[in-house]
Design a protein around this ligand. Structure first.
Ligand SMILES: N=c1c2ncn([C@@H]3O[C@H](COP(=O)(O)OP(=O)(O)OP(=O)(O)O)[C@@H](O)[C@H]3O)c2ncn1[C@@H]1O[C@H](COP(=O)(O)O)[C@@H](O)[C@H]1O
Length: 112
């Protein structure tokens, strides 16, 4: 069964310049055509907007604001994955690989 992440990844793939993505009709095609720096800039912006939304929620705003910004951030990380020919499933596989491994234990092992 395909998930929304898989379906979005397919759409993003189809927006690549090499696949005929049209920057005039597609936000994703426009961003991909601009290249690495533009994509990375968007991720920085969306991460910052997520931080600001979380602060706003703590100051009384609706928590939906965080959901909205995280969706923007996830979308742009999917564009970044596509730019490097990576798939969301590979990120899910990496998270699955880490399942059950304490972050503290993993960090300690790295220091040895
Ligand atoms: N999920 C998304 C999605 N989330 C966010 N965005 C866009 O990401 C941008 C977020 O940037 P900002 O909030 O900073 O808004 P902005 O000022 O318009 O952005 P900039 O011009 O500054 O880059 C907005 O233009 C949003 O519309 C998305 N654009 C597309 N998708 C998905 O991708 C599909 C293909 O979209 P197109 O490639 O545009 O056809 C869509 O059907 C959706 O499923």
């Amino acid at each position: 069964m395909s998930t929304i992440l898989d379906r979005l990844a397919e759409i993003i793939e189809s927006r690549k310049p090499a696949q005929g993505g049209d920057p005039a009709t597609s936000y994703t095609a426009k961003l991909l055509a601009k290249g690495d720096d533009a994509i990375l800039k968007k991720i920085g912006e969306e991460a910052t907007e997520t931080v600001m939304a979380a602060k706003d929620v703590r100051a009384g705003a609706d928590s939906g604001k965080v959901l909205y910004e995280v969706a923007d951030l996830w979308f742009h990380t999917l564009v970044l994955l596509a730019q490097f020919d990576l798939k969301p499933q590979q990120v899910l596989d990496e998270l699955a690989r880490r399942e059950g491994v304490s972050g503290l234990a993993e960090k300690a092992a790295r220091k040895e």
